[in-house]
Design a protein around this ligand. Structure first.
Ligand SMILES: Cc1cc2nc3c(=O)[nH]c(=O)nc-3n(C[C@H](O)[C@H](O)[C@H](O)COP(=O)(O)OP(=O)(O)OC[C@H]3O[C@@H](n4cnc5c(N)ncnc54)[C@H](O)[C@@H]3O)c2cc1C
Length: 357
């Protein structure tokens, strides 16, 4: 992408109208050369590695053959088919960046974007489910969890338990740091009270990352991230009726003296603002911008339902994505991915031929 943009800039420079003169033309050309040089070391985001192509083909096949036939029914019923969720787990698509030690595919953020894009071609609801689980929930535990927390939660999240990310409230959407959910310490537990709105995956999820303020006098520096399970007493209330991505559940959650063990704080007390913003919000913005191409073939009701902050994109692209792709560990990651998806794509190949797009 960066290379393409630079190439276009270079072509444009060559077609400067004569009236602008040689000097102007030369300046424009040297500027575009500088852009090219600056990004020469970055691999194009439009050129995938063999493993990435293998992943794309495998996910495309899964989306077309397994998700495709269920799209209309799931949309009409406003309900995700449980077999789609279990299929995503079986295909290794719910722990894309999770390490092999934690039963994940140990792949890159680029691979997560590819998978999310391929799912979105067929059903944006399934794509959103996979996106929130991978790029929000898994990422928070991978980046901010202690070793014990990672050992406990990541394998479950990679194998069978759907995750949900609970930040927004009725009066704190864009202004997330104004959240009103409170947490107070009682012995070895935290007691949470409050509610969340518009929480993706919450109808089906078993693991919840919840943001609450432990000390409002400190403002946003009181915000803390907790990991909880449904059976601790999370109340799943109203399910929103939406214009688009209708099979993706979006619910209100209530916490009425919800008791969470003290060791379930992720990233440290008062560090929730870092957890939610620097990891998750930038990532979800990036995956949505890169991977969701509206309108999509199979959906007639797609609406623009996720407000996005476009200004975060260029920074996110250069600081998050490129280093991942040029990371020295990438060859090891890719060979792990290759192993996982070679075997998965062998299984998938037996289902049927993918469509051409
Ligand atoms: C389908 C769906 C799924 C969602 N899933 C989740 C989820 O899983 N977890 C979760 O925590 N949240 C979720 N959300 C909530 C989502 O993150 C919020 O909707 C979003 O943060 C925006 O908040 P809001 O809707 O209250 O809009 P508002 O904050 O009311 O903003 C409305 C408009 O005003 C603009 N605006 C706001 N503040 C300013 C400002 N200071 N200056 C200029 N413009 C401003 C906004 O950009 C927007 O265009 C979901 C929402 C939807 C619709």
């Amino acid at each position: 992408m960066l290379r393409n943009i630079a190439l276009q800039a270079s072509k444009a420079a060559r077609f400067v109208p004569r009236s602008t003169g040689v000097l102007h033309s030369a300046r424009a050309f040297s500027a575009s050369t500088a852009v090219l040089n600056e990004h020469a070391s970055l691999p194009s985001l439009h050129t995938f590695t063999e493993e990435e192509q293998m992943l794309r083909d495998a996910v495309r096949k899964f989306a077309t053959d397994v998700v495709g036939p269920k799209v209309r029914e799931m949309d009409e019923n406003e309900m995700m088919d449980p077999s789609v969720i279990s299929g995503l787990f079986e295909q290794g698509l719910m722990g894309i960046e999770t390490s092999a030690d934690h039963n994940g595919a140990e792949s890159s953020f680029t691979s997560a974007i590819i998978a999310i894009e391929e799912l979105a071609r067929i059903d944006p609801s399934v794509s959103v489910l996979c996106d929130v689980h991978n790029t929000l929930v898994n990422t928070v535990i991978r980046k901010y969890g202690t070793k014990e927390q990672q050992d406990k939660w990541l394998p479950q999240l990679a194998e069978s338990k759907l995750g949900s990310f609970c930040l927004s409230e009725s009066a704190s959407g864009s202004d997330a740091f104004a959240l009103q959910t409170r947490a107070r310490k009682e012995g070895d537990s935290w007691i949470l009270n409050g509610s969340k709105m518009w929480i993706t995956n919450s109808w089906e999820a078993e693991v919840f990352l919840i943001f609450a303020n432990v000390d409002p006098s400190k403002g946003y520096k009181g915000i803390t991230c907790f990991v909880a399970t449904k059976d601790m007493g999370i109340q799943i209330a109203k399910k929103e009726q939406k214009l688009g991505i209708r099979a993706s559940s979006t619910c209100t959650l209530n916490f009425d003296d919800l008791k969470i063990p003290a060791e379930n704080v992720i990233g440290g007390e008062g560090k929730g603002y870092k957890v939610c913003f620097f990891t998750s919000r930038l990532r979800i913005v990036l995956t949505y911008h890169v991977s969701h191409r509206w309108p999509l073939k199979s959906s007639t009701k797609v609406a623009s339902v996720l407000p996005l902050k476009c200004s975060a994109l260029p920074r996110a692209r250069s600081t998050k994505l490129s280093p991942t792709r040029t990371n020295a560990n990438n060859s090891a990651n890719r060979s792990a991915l290759s192993r996982v998806w070679r075997s998965k794509s062998r299984r998938l190949r037996s289902i049927s031929k993918p469509h051409d797009y």
